[in-house]
Ligand binder design. Sequence first.
Ligand code: C2E
Ligand code: MG
Ligand code: MG
Length: 616
Amino acid sequence: LLSEFARTMITDFPIVAILEHLVKRIVDVLPITSAGVTLLSAGSAPHYVAASDESALRFERVQTDLAHGPCLSSFMTGEAVAIPDLRDDDRFPLFAPLAVEAGLVAVFTFPLRHGSGCLGALDLYRQTPGPLDPREMTTAQTLADVAAAYLLNAQSREDARVAARQLYHTTLHDPLTGLPNRLLLAERLEQAERRARRSRACTAVLFVDIDEFKLVNDTHGHHAGDALLIAVAHRLSSVVRSSDTLARFSGDEFVFLCEDLRTVADAEVVARRIGRALTEPFIVAGNDFLVSASVGIAVAGPDDEVSDQLIVNADLAMYQIKRKGGAGHQLIDLHEAQQSSADVQLRAELRMAFANDELEVAYQPIVRLIDREPVGAEALLRWTHPTRGQIPAITMIRMAEQTGLIADIGLWVLERACLARADWMTHRARASLEIAVNVSVRQLLDTSFPAQVQQVLGRTRMDPTALVLEVTESILIENYGRCASVLDSLKLLGVRLALDDFGTGYSSLSYLDRLPIDILKIDRGFVSNISATAASRMIAASIRTLAHDLGLTVVAEGVETELQHDAVASLGCEYAQGYFYARPMSTGAISAYFRKDDGAFAGAHHPALQGVATVC
Ligand code: C2E
Ligand code: MG
Ligand code: MG
């Protein structure tokens, strides 16, 4: 029997198996009817009970229920108890009558000792009276001791297993919500990949981001934010089937991994369930919160690969729905996603190009309509990408706005433009030239912008009245409240302000008298129609009348043909700009252009010039 125990050391025997083995085999080696064992610890219910048969099990239970009996005594004293005949023994008055009635006559109990403590007791039962001889008593105690040693061993193995399980749980779960974390999600995704190959079903990832969650943290504090996340996690859990995984991805982002879907529509059903689960307001820390989420969906069909790209795509889809205002779901639009990943690269390249001084400024002349004389130029940003060629200015500006680079680029363009204008003016005999520089609304939202402009004006010794800052109409109107004071400060510097692309914002006329602007630039879209339809002509005429009534100067943009030139001239616009007069050109070319114009004035009688070389 000892050697059988020894073998359990090397196999991974669980505690119950050791106990059951002990009680069954001890009946074979000692003169007893049955055996039982109970593991106890002070102050708590018995951990484990094992018995060689039903009657022994009953005797074990009776003693622990009564908290009295030879078994308990051995456990408490650490000594063996021998009762050769229960009928003549008065030590256990509660246990003995019950045991005798059930046919028990002799009981021998042995403590399961370890060090100074005790794990429980081994109990031997017999239906006939008489003692165990000393050798048998020693054998029983030895087996009890050995069993105790193995139990301790198994116990520490079990403890290690529990600790490992706990560790596994904490490394794979989010401590706040208890949901699986990214690591476990990645593991589940790998399993899903293997399963999908066999099942040929659809696998979907739904990327959930709580709308405006930052506001909760900002206005109610992180405690409320955390409590809300726990509540949200709880509701989201109600949406998942047991085979799905819901993970907390980060902050206010949750990810669902759903397997075994039949079609893409099934994924959308889950998305709608998510929306519904969040409809009821959340009551957290005494406040009501109305929560909505943006859910991005990516689905791998039977022939698609299941990989972490699904998460990337679902995340992109989440941003796509966010851009549309959030509070809904959207299936990944791969075309748009490709575009935005290309954008990420281009944004990084733009930053590098700016740092490496690879950007340039082109200048497009602005002419006076009555005599087509150039009066100045507009500065336009240029970037020739090494592989993609010319990047449209609008694209660059949008990216610079997204990355915050616009502030630096904008000031750089301003400085370059002021220096270029200083160069044109050095040898100029004719009237002063003005320079127009475009300003992004992001720059106008920065209250330090006027001071920065003032510094550039100082550094470049620029005459502020020769500088026109152009702001796009629609964007200015939308943000007017927030940049009004910056516009006023700019006016105080002496610079002039132009409303660019006028006519694209539609709702703008009523605002005109409130804005501190001097110049209205009629958008190319209007100009291109002017010679074509009577209606466009009438609209353009009324814009011109309104502008003049308000004391504004009008510049027509994008004049490409003689007809358009005639139309805007007869309308009474003062200035124009467009390919018909000159295209945007490099610093060197515009400098030559103005010098030639000046020369024409100084010597010959030619009117203004066309077709100056380098076009940008
Ligand atoms: P914008 O300020 O309205 O500039 C005029 C745009 O119309 C320029 O495009 C110019 O090349 C183009 N253009 C001029 N004449 C004609 C014409 O006859 N026909 C046609 N089809 N187009 C003409 P570009 O350079 O691509 O700039 C586009 C926009 O990008 C600008 O519109 C401006 O809003 C913005 N932008 C350019 N440079 C800067 C800059 O340095 N800072 C800021 N914030 N925005 C800039
Ligand atoms: Mg402009
Ligand atoms: Mg414009």
